[in-house]
Design a protein around this ligand. Sequence first.
Ligand SMILES: C[S@@+](CC[C@H](N)C(=O)[O-])C[C@H]1O[C@@H](n2cnc3c(N)ncnc32)[C@H](O)[C@@H]1O
Length: 322
Amino acid sequence: MAPTTTNASIRDFANAVALGLSDTPRWLPARFLYDAKGSELFEQICDLPEYYLTRTEAAILSRSAATIREITGPVTMIELGSGSAVKTDHLLAAYAEAGRPVRYVPVDVSASILRVAADRIEETFPSVNVAGVHGEYEQAFPLLAEFAPTMLLFLGSTIGNMDHSESVAFWRRVCAAMPLGSFVLLGVDLMKDVDLLEAAYNDAAGVTARFTKNLFVRMNRELGAALDIDRIEHVARWNAEWRRIEIGARFETAQDLHVAPLGRTFRIEAGERIMTEISRKFTIDELEAYLACFGLELIRTLTDDRRWFALMLFRKGDGECW
Ligand SMILES: C[S@@+](CC[C@H](N)C(=O)[O-])C[C@H]1O[C@@H](n2cnc3c(N)ncnc32)[C@H](O)[C@@H]1O
């Protein structure tokens, strides 16, 4: 697990920023939110009173981990966007309890949080073999066959951060890489009252605002963007048509944003917004129908009493990958 800022990763960041800023409306890929500081802020977000997602999902996992193990039997768990993986402890404990060796593969673009998670798990669960992958989700897809039988974990409703075309590309690749009979455990945030949804991304303590702004701090540091961060405001609001929270930065004044490694400058106008992240919200029925298009059969849905969040367990059948 190498440190984060190599020349190649800076170039990748610069190219991605230039692409998103050349588009209309402007956007930035969410994966760059997670440098070491971003991961630390995300951990704080998970503990916020308004951010019900993490504690609701953790409670479902705590109640249901043994049931999930009974359904899947022994599997290698490959977790995409694992972050601190604290919730995953419920699963690791349940699988370790069965007395067989457990292999766990956390996958994350954030080297710092991946290290923290791997160290903690190795210490807490000596019988769990942890093999972290520092990189993007796709890098772990070959392991779905190599370590079969496998269960792909995709928790925290991170799937909601993908737009429609990213989602299709992602599930096609999962479907192609996943052997028959493998499992997917998907954590999804369900549709609910808009006030609750908006509050989750506009916390009173301002941690989510710091998380959004940290992306621009990172651009100043790694790309020489030369932005005045105090003139950038965090905005998160519900888009009813697209059924998603749209999170971004609103520029209070016009600013020039430099992408030094490419020698390019982008003029951001006063009042202009740059989207940094989306968080789509789902219903269980629509996801069941959608993932059936990628050969995934829903075998169990676990949810909380308020039906705010769901863990959906799918098995790869022999259906076609659309
Ligand atoms: C919303 S957080 C969820 C963290 C954790 N799974 C949870 O449920 O609390 C998303 C995580 O995915 C990672 N991530 C984002 N985009 C990624 C990508 N394209 N490839 C690999 N990891 C990514 C981030 O670094 C972060 O740790």
